[in-house]
Design a protein around this ligand. Structure first.
Ligand code: NAP
Ligand code: ZN
Length: 367
């Protein structure tokens, strides 16, 4: 047993934590704000950033071209623009896509000679400092050292990682998530639940990551039940946001498993959101892990308030706005199992699934 753990992010939480405590002047003279097309403005965080930066005389530019599941080429372009403008720190505002893009922009800006895919292979200089502002409660990107981008040449998503990618400060203001529609609220909560549960069965799990997982799994399930009952108020948002960040802390130590790597296929080829895609595989993941570690699996079911995999599957599919139905035909199930089985995450778990076993899950749930 060990209790190895590292996470360097300073977390500030509560209404107006970003508006009132960003302390921009500490991080540099010019910021690049990295965000999506709409949500940063819609939730008010972009206005708060602009007012705060202007108020303390820090210059800024806005790179608002980040698409969901960001392309590596988009992030490379953001890095070029940031460097040419002389930005010395990055502010990411959004869900996991803008936050991951902000990490990549920070890395590309510090490594001007990189082509987009060099980020996965070449040694690099440390990324620019990053401030992370959440507008979804799911990915935990604000507290992880990972950036996940879409790489068309690989027909997949791919992550790069490094301690330099940890945000300096993560700002968790639940009010910024109030404008997130119901289906995305449920999907992002499911993503966070996957992080906590997958992390619980990874080889790197230890008493510290377990304590975080055991704390946040019931919080997430309680939040999801409130969402199903139509409660999308501030208290529910707060519960989901803080729990999702704790789940992010879990995977910052453990990494994720086959739920995520298989989910990427549904996102890349079929356009399902990240959380929606993961929802297809979590119940069977716990069922599969129960062979190796039945005590842990029973504990997860109890923490989720369900009795077994099938009840968990029904719970994950209970949101009419995020149905778990047919996605593709059997031949694609076989292709995706073959693609996924070679991914590194699959081997991170205490029990490693085989290609025929994964194919069976894909056929059972998606065909
Ligand atoms: P997202 O892709 O960031 O956002 C999905 C959609 O929700 C976008 O259209 C976005 O609009 C909108 N949106 C975001 N916040 C909103 C708000 N407050 N109100 C209204 N609309 C809002 O979704 P996500 O699930 O948070 O992130 C998924 C990405 O994170 C994936 O690429 C996944 O691979 C990655 N991920 C990263 C980690 C990690 O550790 N780094 C872990 C898990 C997942 P805009 O486009 O206008 O912003
Ligand atoms: Zn995820």
């Amino acid at each position: 047993m060990n209790i190895d753990f590292f996470n360097s992010v300073k977390v500030l939480s509560g209404k107006d934590c970003f508006k009132n405590y960003a302390d921009f002047g500490r991080w540099g003279k010019k910021a690049v704000i990295v965000c999506g097309k709409r949500s940063a403005r819609l939730c008010g965080a972009l206005d708060h950033a602009i007012a705060g930066l202007t108020g303390c005389g820090v210059e800024y530019l806005i790179f608002d071209r980040v698409e969901p599941n960001p392309l590596v080429s988009t992030c490379h372009e953001g890095g070029r623009i940031a460097r040419e403008a002389g930005a010395d720190f990055v502010i990411g505002i959004g869900g996991g896509s803008p936050l991951d893009a902000a990490k990549a922009v920070a890395a590309f800006a510090a490594n001007p000679d990189f082509e987009p895919e060099d980020i996965y292979t070449k040694p690099r200089k440390p990324a620019l400092p990053l401030l992370a502002v959440n507008t979804t409660a799911g990915t935990g990107s604000e507290v992880t050292p990972y950036s996940i981008m879409t790489v068309p040449s690989l027909e997949n998503k791919k992550s790069f990682a490094g301690d330099d990618l940890y945000a300096k400060v993560a700002f968790l203001d639940p009010a910024y998530t109030l404008s997130l529609p119901l289906d995305q609220t449920y999907a992002t909560a499911v993503d966070a639940l996957c992080h906590a549960v997958e992390g619980y069965f990874m080889k790197k799990a230890n008493p510290v990551s377990d304590a975080l997982a055991e704390k946040c799994i019931p919080m997430l399930c309680e939040g999801m039940r409130r969402v199903l009952a139509g409660d999308l108020g501030f208290d529910t948002r707060e519960l989901l946001l803080y729990a999702s960040s704790m789940a992010g802390m879990v995977i910052s130590r453990t990494g994720t498993g086959f739920v995520h790597s298989t989910g990427y296929m549904l996102t890349y080829y079929h356009g399902l959101s990240h959380g929606h895609a993961n929802a297809y595989f979590l119940a069977d993941f716990v069922g599969f892990m129960s062979r190796e570690n039945p005590i842990r699996a029973e504990k997860v079911f109890a923490l989720c308030g369900v009795k077994d995999s099938e009840e968990l599957w029904r719970f994950l599919g209970a949101c009419p706005a995020m149905p778990l139905g047919h996605v593709f035909d059997a031949d694609l199930a076989d292709k995706y199992a073959a693609r996924t089985i070679t991914v590194k995450n699959v081997g991170n778990a205490v029990s490693v699934i085989t290609e025929p076993e994964l194919r069976d899950i894909l056929r059972k749930r998606c065909v």
